[in-house]
Design a protein around this ligand. Structure first.
Ligand code: SF4
Length: 207
């Protein structure tokens, strides 16, 4: 991976058929024609790769995908349509790429109700990873709302769940990688800005 020039990688569940939305993130390729055992062994390989290379899929979300492949229940609900959306080139906003109808125009996002009915119908990596990483924060917000409404039991129950501990652990695991990537992005942006400034100054000097 490093020889190919990758600094990090994130893996997503392979899709062969079109999704419900306008998304074109699928392909009828033999490369993604994997049966259940091949998928599980690919997930194990990604887990092993995490020890040698920056893989941005938290271990806990890889475990969620493995549970999905085995037909087992999920620990963490998807945040598609609540904190994470698919925006297409028509500027329509969708709950996710797999959804069958748009929620409306992105310019109306403030007026579109949150989609919080549980859904674990797919395992697209971006939604799965974000769901795992944001689950603790979502639970804390839900708990705060419940406590503010005087629902102490619901507030406490929202926070003290195994899934919240998993989400916090995923954040702790991924934070150093995210910080490194943010630093690298800042350095690249500063370098690009320096090059632009120097080009402009050369152009002014030549004029
Ligand atoms: S699980 Fe899949 S289909 Fe369901 S909301 Fe999330 S991304 Fe969409």
């Amino acid at each position: 991976m490093r020889r190919l020039g990758f600094d990090c990688a994130s893996f997503s569940y392979p899709r062969r058929e079109p999704l419900g939305s306008t998304s074109l993130v699928y392909g009828d390729s033999e490369l993604v024609d994997l049966d259940r055992d091949e998928l599980l062994s690919a997930l194990d390989a990604i887990g092993r790769l995490r020890k040698r290379f920056p893989v941005l899929n938290p271990q806990a979300s890889l475990a969620e995908v493995a549970r999905y492949v085995r037909g087992e229940p999920q620990m963490v609900p998807c945040i598609g349509g609540y904190k994470y959306f698919y925006l297409d080139w028509n500027l329509d906003i969708w709950r996710c790429e797999a959804w069958n109808e748009p929620l409306g125009s992105v310019f109306d996002l403030d007026r579109i109700p949150n989609q919080r009915e549980p859904c674990n119908a797919c395992m697209m990596g971006c939604y799965r990873n974000a769901s795992m990483l944001m689950h603790a924060a979502v639970a804390a917000t839900d708990a705060a709302h419940a406590l503010a409404a005087g629902q102490i039991g619901a507030g406490v129950a929202s926070l003290f769940r195994r899934s919240v501990a998993q989400s916090l652990w995923a954040l702790i695991e991924e934070a150093p990688k995210m910080r490194r990537l943010a630093r690298r992005r800042r350095r690249t942006a500063a370098k690009a800005e320096g090059l632009t400034r120097s080009r402009r100054s050369d152009e002014r000097a030549g004029a």
